[in-house]
Design a protein around this ligand. Structure first.
Ligand SMILES: [Zn+2]
Length: 321
């Protein structure tokens, strides 16, 4: 749908209508990476875009902690109106640098899902290595624009060791070697930055596994270790209980039902997926859907999703566009 058509629909009041009829459904927003003023990387929302989103949220919604929303879902009662929870995946330092000051300013709570091996400095995120390779002056042939999605799909299905070998081979094919630690825009937060955010009372620290494996590509024994070891490593460093979990990649084919049960058995109170959707009283608190907002830097794009218009559009079979 064109911007012009969307603008016309909004001025007719369609967005405020869908916001009203979907008021008892909660929204969980999914962020990954941020950039400073005037940042132009499409995958890192810059602070101006973020501020516009936050102003819209302050005007029309109640931003609450993810755990509070999960508790309402668990109670089975009707949800409070216009609830939004903010979530950020992976553990990159840009969250501390750019998002956290805005959380403080707006007094918005959020949940940050971190990879424990990444924060420990043992490795950086394999998906970022692929993006880094695609940004080299002569990227590997399979990483040119248009092919990236297909490559991610095939890498997601591989076992971790096979995938790492494939990424190393791509680097060799263009004569570069993958840096041992993450370049600046992919750097992790330190434990003390995570503690500072947790101590502010605004940031809940959750687990996103130890090493970002796609759970369906590993055994149940391995996923149990990812769930329990990441939890204990984070708890030891931040001195707080880790109660929320986030599935790597988080689409339906990325985890098995047995692993959803493991999340509960490992002691988590809720978990989020990456599939698009809104949360109702009938949702499963161990499979809470989210709305990805990285590339939605204008208020028009953001409100299309936040106000529920995109949700109903998808329900009616028109696609979320
Ligand atoms: Zn992730």
């Amino acid at each position: 749908m064109s911007k012009l058509a969307l603008r016309a629909l909004r001025s007719c009041g369609i967005f405020s209508l869908t916001r009203t009829i979907s008021a008892r459904m909660a929204r969980i927003l999914m962020y990954h990476n941020f950039s400073g003023s005037q940042g132009t990387d499409p995958d890192a929302l810059n602070v101006e875009g973020l501020r516009r989103q936050f102003e819209y949220l302050r005007q029309h919604f109640h931003v609450v902690p993810l755990l509070q929303l999960a508790e309402q879902v668990a109670s089975g009662r009707e949800l409070d109106t216009n609830l939004v929870a903010l979530t950020i995946d992976d553990g990159r330092r840009s969250c501390y640098e750019y998002l956290f000051p805005l959380l403080v300013e707006f007094k918005f709570p959020a949940t940050f899902f971190v990879l424990s091996s990444f924060v420990r400095g043992e490795d950086w995120i394999w998906t970022d290595k692929v993006v880094w390779l695609s940004e080299q002056s002569t990227p590997p042939a399979e990483l040119v624009p248009g092919k990236l999605d297909a490559l991610f799909k095939s890498l997601n299905r591989m076992r971790p060791e096979e995938r790492n070998a494939r990424i190393q081979a791509m680097a060799r094919s263009i004569g570069v070697s993958i840096p041992a630690s993450a370049p600046a825009k992919f750097e992790p937060c330190s434990w003390s930055e995570l503690r500072e955010m947790a101590d502010s009372g605004l940031m809940e620290i959750g687990s996103h596994t130890v090493s970002h494996p796609i759970l369906s590509s590993i055994t149940d024994e391995e996923s149990w270790k990812e769930l329990t070891l990441s939890k204990s490593q984070i708890e030891e460093e931040i001195g707080r209980n880790v109660r929320c979990f986030c599935y790597p990649n988080g689409m339906a084919e990325d985890y098995r039902p047995s692993q959803v049960q493991q999340v509960e058995r490992a002691g988590y109170d809720c978990s989020v997926i990456a599939q698009f959707g809104m949360v109702s009283r009938n949702s499963d608190r161990y499979r809470l859907p989210r709305i990805g907002v990285a590339r939605k830097s204008t208020t028009l794009e953001f409100s299309k999703y936040l106000d529920g218009f995109a949700y109903y559009q998808q329900k009616l079979g028109a696609g979320a566009g």
